[in-house]
Design a protein around this ligand. Structure first.
Ligand code: ATP
Length: 394
């Protein structure tokens, strides 16, 4: 049984639902928004054997949400659809399309947001192709027989669709006036959560159950915190599931939660818990915003325009600097002349104004000449006297 909880609770409860109706009433809007560049997340929550996998995957005559979502990727836009398929088993992420890949980790950056890497992505063009990919992935999935379900999913699976779309008629005017063709890029997460049974007879299943409970408990805590008026710390990092869903849960996505319950009386407690979860989840408000990117041609145009603008700016800056250099050169010549004049003035003033110093120099000069004359006279007298003596002896 699928329980839909959107605006009108009465309208959204369907017993023994057919998947077409489920898709149209709860998921189509999210998928359509993804085509316009909004992120979308759809997850199925509920106890084991209540129909989560049935709702997400479907069966041959009742295709589930995933094949219908891929099939619905039509409209007045061109699309490039890439898909990946992973599971979180015992808090380990595994690539269902490439089981040999190990050490998958969660990364976060400004451009891509939160993402798992290395993760194989396949480009798809049709729902049939997607189904083949999913079937391939399913063979690698952790499924076991439990007390409640012969084919119980023991892991959370995340089917990711990265949709890059281009409006065929698009050409929008940018804020600066030029025209760019517009491209939307969005991530859609279609999640089949594993159910959690309270008791099971098998030890391995109990261990899995503990991990499943932990991540579902964290999901519940995160959702509770998100509904609180004063949001404190939100424990997204307490489980791989909530970490991967962080950007969706924190607001940037359209979310649809499908709660599945069993009609059996013995499951009344679990059904009650699931309905409580649905009630809480309904209070979470999200504000998805369009992720717009410009296509390659538009980007090249944009960069060319920016380069031209920069060239003009550079030219203007160079001209300005040349002008100021020539101005500075003229100024420098002028300053040099003034400096030289100033120096001349200084020397002139030195001789004119420092009279005391000039007198000293003149006196010193006269003194040197007098000394020189004395020496000359003394030498003359000395030699002439000596000559006379020699003549007398002779
Ligand atoms: N709406 C439905 N109509 C017909 N059959 C259904 C419906 N929902 C579930 N089933 C059947 O019930 C069984 C259990 O469903 P399913 O495997 O989808 O449960 P689940 O919630 O994914 O369980 P788990 O958490 O253990 O994986 C399946 O055989 C499925 O075909």
């Amino acid at each position: 049984m699928n329980t839909f909880l959107t605006e009108n609770q009465k309208d959204n409860v369907i017993v023994g639902s057919d998947n077409k109706e489920l898709y149209n009433r709860c998921v189509k809007d999210v998928v359509m928004a993804s085509m316009e560049g909004l992120n979308g997340t759809v997850f199925a929550y509920g106890q084991t054997a209540s129909g989560k996998t049935y709702s997400m995957m479907g069966v041959e005559n009742q295709p589930g949400i995933i094949p219908q979502a891929v099939d619905d990727s039509k409209g007045d836009r061109e699309f490039l659809l890439r898909v990946s398929y992973m599971e979180i088993y015992n808090e380990q992420i595994q690539d269902l399309l490439s089981p040999e890949t190990t050490n998958l980790r969660i990364f976060e950056d400004r451009r891509r947001g939160i993402y798992v890497s290395p993760l194989k992505e396949e480009i798809v063009t049709s729902a049939k192709q997607v189904m083949r990919i999913i079937q391939k992935g399913e063979t690698n999935r952790h499924i076991s027989t439990t007390d409640y379900n012969k084919h119980s999913s023991r892991s959370h699976t995340i089917f990711q669709m990265i949709i890059e779309s281009k409006s065929q008629s698009s050409s929008i005017r940018s804020s600066k006036g030029s025209f760019y063709s517009q491209k939307g890029s969005s991530d859609s997460n279609l999640i089949d959560l594993s159910g959690s049974e309270k008791a099971t007879s098998d030890a391995d299943r109990r261990k899995e159950g503990a991990f499943i409970n932990k991540s579902l408990l964290t999901l519940g805590n995160v959702i509770s915190k998100l509904t609180e008026e004063k949001r404190g710390h939100i424990p997204y990092r307490d489980s791989k599931l909530t970490r991967i869903l962080q950007s969706s849960l924190s607001g940037n996505a359209k979310i649809s939660v499908i709660c599945t319950i069993s009609p059996a009386g013995i499951n009344a407690d679990e059904s009650h818990n699931t309905l409580n979860f649905a009630k809480r989840v309904k209070k979470v408000a999200t504000k998805a915003h369009t992720n717009q990117v410009l296509d390659d041609k538009a980007l090249i145009q944009k960069y060319k325009k920016e380069i031209n603008e920069l060239k003009v700016k550079l030219q203007v800056a160079t001209d300005m600097s040349n002008m100021s250099t020539s101005l500075e050169d003229g100024k420098k010549d002028e300053e040099l002349m003034l400096l030289q004049q100033e120096r001349q003035k200084v020397w002139f003033n030195f001789f004119l104004n420092n009279n005391v110093n000039l007198n000293i120099y003149i006196n010193l000069f006269i003194l040197i000449i007098i000394i020189y004359l004395y020496i000359y006279i003394f030498a003359y007298l000395f030699y002439s006297g000596r000559k006379k003596c020699m003549n007398n002896n002779w």
